[in-house]
Design a protein around this ligand. Sequence first.
Ligand SMILES: Nc1ncnc2c1ncn2[C@@H]1O[C@H](COP(=O)(O)OP(=O)(O)OP(=O)(O)O)[C@@H](O)[C@H]1O
Ligand SMILES: [Mg+2]
Length: 509
Amino acid sequence: MKSSIDKKTDLILRKNRELAAILEVSKSLTTSFDLEQNLSSAMSTLANLLDMQRACVFLLDPIFKELRIVAAHGLTKENIEKGKYRIGEGIVGRVVEKGVPMVIPNIGKEPLFLNKTGSRPQKEGISFLCVPIEFKKEKLGVLSVDRIYAEEHGDVDDDLRVLNIIASLIAQFVKLWESFEKVEKEKENLRRELKGKYQVENIVGQSDRMQEVFESVYRVSPSRASVLLRGESGTGKELIAKAIHYMSPRSRGPFVKFNCASIPEGLLESELFGHEKGAFTGAITQRRGKFELANGGTIFLDEIGDLPITLQPKILRVLQEREFERVGGEKTLKADVRLIAATSRNLEEFVSSGRFREDLYYRLNVVPIFLPPLRERKEDVPLLVEHFLKRFNEENRRKVSLLPESLRILIDYNWPGNVRELENTIERLVVMSGKDTIKLSDLPLNLKVPGPQEMPKGMLKTGIEDIERSMIIDALKNTGGVQAKAAKMLGLTPRQIGYKMKKYAVDDH
Ligand SMILES: Nc1ncnc2c1ncn2[C@@H]1O[C@H](COP(=O)(O)OP(=O)(O)OP(=O)(O)O)[C@@H](O)[C@H]1O
Ligand SMILES: [Mg+2]
């Protein structure tokens, strides 16, 4: 028998350990935002400081309506996998259902104890304590431990008290973690929305108009359907044609490009379908045409509107029957080819004037994709500028960047040559500019003066004033701020430069 002093000492020691354990657990729960990691280290603390053999946190999965072990000490991975309970099932399921703690003094004698995890080969003499994890009446899960009671370990009531405190710490942490996860998920969704749902490699386009194009590209790529790309010159038709090919099951096959406007009419047929030796004067050998070369892949017919009316039935036949003959040949050849056509022309007008066959038009137009002109998606301009700056800076080992006011000019410009014109402009700026920062005065003049038809009232005036102002600032910089010299450089009188500096609020020191 222990003396009452010994018992008191035991009690004090035990209280100290309890406090230490609670402190440690609360520390573990705030070390990171990793649910499993924090809970696992909390469970180890329980085991180490309070002699609890197996410590488990079960959390309620709101979708599957079942309890799963999220963290445990003293259980193998396999044990953890098996530890799943429905609400009301076994001790664990009952505790979460009723919301009150349960103690099984000897699990060897308790039929309700299911031992699902299989982690206790020897059940005799083990007590099992289980408390609910709740936050403001919301059932979150269960905390359970195994215990082998010996006198000095204190009694069940002490253990339950400590476990209840720890369960409420865990509850707070789980709620905090849930709201953290929710915010993270929302942030991620927002980020994804901002980036645009559809990404096509090397093609820039976050605008709604381009996102629609990308969506069509994603839809049509897996199929063999013919695609008709429409859009002004330089809008990216060829780029999209290649993207469709490389995103299709034919990506390992060839991508063969042919421009219907590029060669004289007389040579078109043999270019497309090939010829036999001696088919016509100059046909000294047999030659394969573009359709044969594209076998197993994709043929891209650019400027399809320029295809002569005489050749149109042959294209229609390849599309419908998938067969053709070489010029001067008897043998019918099979074509396993997907066709993508492009045009910047008004094909409908060509159809009504009889220059383009209606049946071919409908056959090609299975999936039309319209590439919007750059001036109708100005929000893409900054991204394209960034994209091309990166590329040309890398190619030329430069570090050129644009001042915000220069970027503004590029956004305001109406880009009749679309992305190609923008691409060329940026390349010229990177290659030709001696400086790393592109100011207003470094931009080519044509960009600063928009075409007359798009120019809103007063635009020309402000445009010219912007140019004048930046020229004066530059001249002053180049002459060390000496107005007379700057005036001379600009062909102005000192009086004129003084007046203009005042007008444009240019600092004179
Ligand atoms: N969205 C884009 N992102 C990045 N680069 C683009 C984009 N659109 C076009 N380009 C670039 O602009 C240039 C012109 O594109 P492309 O040749 O595909 O246009 P196109 O519509 O075929 O023009 P054309 O009708 O004159 O033949 C290419 O160098 C291409 O890489
Ligand atoms: Mg093209």
